[in-house]
Design a protein around this ligand. Structure first.
Ligand code: KIV
Length: 272
């Protein structure tokens, strides 16, 4: 266990992330939404902590990422930023905060950075939002792109299936990835696309490509509740579960309930 605790606490910067790709070092990214978990994730050596808008699903129980608000994302992001010393913290711009206009996107991005204390923001989309991405980067804010299955567009896609299987969508994705790199993004997330396409994008770009359900890439990202096995009903092909926390937590909480009801807890040593 102690072997996983990271001793080098020097902060991960955008320059370091770019250097990792140059050096052929893989990037470990993981989502997180609260202070206590952020401390554990950081100590375990995760390079980039993503305050994903998947908080809408896993923290709030919504069916999609669309309902989460900018205030709720700032609350999660600020909590995570307080718990992290070494990792870079990236926060998703939620649905509706950057799609309306470039000005609106820049204003919301500036607010999110100023109020949350994170290091960078992530936006979903390519050509459609490229002027906004440029404007946010010109404002001094590092940006991560996100292509492929972009969950904020789930109603346009009509489901969570693999994206860019057809040539036209794959070619657009390659063009979008190049545009995002040219606009100044320092990394791109590719979600749920064929592994061959992801490899092609990795080869074409100098910035790191971080995959989720996209085969091998310059790095990987997963939702922490999924990889810890907290949600038993969610087990897509791309997910590797590193623990069965649902079982561990259910057993522990069940034992607590038994002990309270039997009068075994608290005992004398646990009393003042
Ligand atoms: O919100 C999120 O968790 C994400 C990852 C799935 C990449 O965007």
């Amino acid at each position: 266990m102690a072997g996983y605790i990271v001793e080098d606490t020097k902060k991960i910067t955008t320059q370091k992330v770019l250097q990792m790709k140059k050096d052929g070092k893989k990037i470990a990214m993981l989502t997180c939404y609260d202070y206590t978990t952020a401390q554990i994730v950081d100590q375990a050596g995760v390079d980039i902590v993503l305050v994903g808008d998947s908080a809408s699903n896993v923290m709030a129980g919504n069916a999609t990422t669309l309902p989460i608000t900018i205030d709720q994302m700032i609350y999660h992001a600020r909590s995570v930023a307080r718990g992290v010393k070494r990792a870079m913290v990236v926060c998703d711009m939620p649905f509706g905060t950057y799609q309306v206009s470039r000005e609106d996107g820049i204003r919301n991005a500036v607010r999110m950075m100023a109020e949350s204390g994170v290091d960078a923001l992530k936006l979903e989309g390519g050509e459609e939002i490229i002027d906004t991405v440029r404007g946010i980067i010109n404002a001094g804010i590092p940006v991560v792109g996100h292509l492929g299955l972009t969950p904020q567009s789930i109603y346009k896609f009509g489901g969570y299936g693999v994206r860019a299987k057809e040539d036209a969508e794959a070619e657009k994705l390659i063009r979008d990835a190049r545009l995002l790199e040219e606009a100044g993004c320092f990394a791109i997330v590719l979600e749920k696309i064929p592994a061959g396409l992801s490899k092609k994008v990795c080869r074409n770009l100098t910035i790191p490509v971080i995959g989720i359900g996209a085969g091998s890439a310059d790095g990987q990202v997963l939702v922490i509740q999924d990889m810890l096995g907290m949600n038993v009903s969610f087990k897509p092909k791309f997910l590797r579960q590193y623990a069965q926390l649902n079982d561990v937590m259910t057993d522990a909480i069940g034992q607590y309930v038994t002990d309270v009801k039997s009068g075994d807890f608290p005992n004398e040593e646990e009393s003042y």
